[in-house]
Design a protein around this ligand. Structure first.
Ligand SMILES: [Zn+2]
Length: 181
């Protein structure tokens, strides 16, 4: 059975200046393509006054440093606090351009980076940690912003999906997480 997961988008003042009209819808699209179908989740934009399942906070590099106390700049992050709804921080500066990243990412282009950024952080929010690089193609839960030994990949592999499906069975996004980077 499909579970609806509602997402509320917020942005800091400085991130808001960089945000475009289509960005939130694109995040929802990426989620439904990467996690939604295989995991039977339907990600939707949160509407109304009820509490959303997940809160996305668009942040700049300096917002990330302020929120996490040390250099999370250039990165995104998922829920660090014991809060509900689950919180995912997306770095708007990375989403906008890959200036901060190494050449191997710039070659892959912004489209794949965004898929990786969103799918990876929501994978953390679901409760999955980092996976070591194994095999030719990187798992989406392998940290790929430092040059990995595997081929860059922005979509869940069968290995990622095994972890995601187990995490969903344990309660998925409803669980409180302690997950970094
Ligand atoms: Zn990570």
């Amino acid at each position: 059975m499909t579970t609806v997961v509602s997402i509320a988008f917020e942005s800091t003042d400085s991130a808001d200046a960089l945000l475009r009209d289509t960005d939130n819808a694109r995040v929802i699209e990426i989620l439904n393509a990467g996690l939604g179908r295989p995991l039977k989740y339907a990600f939707v934009m949160h509407a109304g006054v009820s509490i959303p399942d997940i809160k996305v906070q668009w942040s700049t590099d300096s917002d990330m440093v302020q929120a996490f106390g040390f250099s999370y700049n250039k990165l995104s992050a998922a829920s660090l606090e014991a809060t509900f709804p689950c919180e995912v921080y997306l770095n708007i500066e990375n989403w906008r351009s890959l200036r901060a990243h190494q050449a191997h990412w710039r070659l892959m282009g912004i489209k794949k980076y965004r898929e990786y950024q969103v799918t990876h952080e929501f994978g953390h929010a679901l409760g999955v940690g980092h996976l070591a690089p194994r095999g030719r193609v990187c798992n989406v839960m392998t940290q790929q912003t430092m040059k990995p030994t595997c081929a860059i990949n922005s979509r869940p592999t069968s290995v990622d999906l095994d972890y995601f499906i187990k995490a969903r069975a344990r309660g998925g996004f409803a669980r409180v997480r302690q997950s970094k980077l």
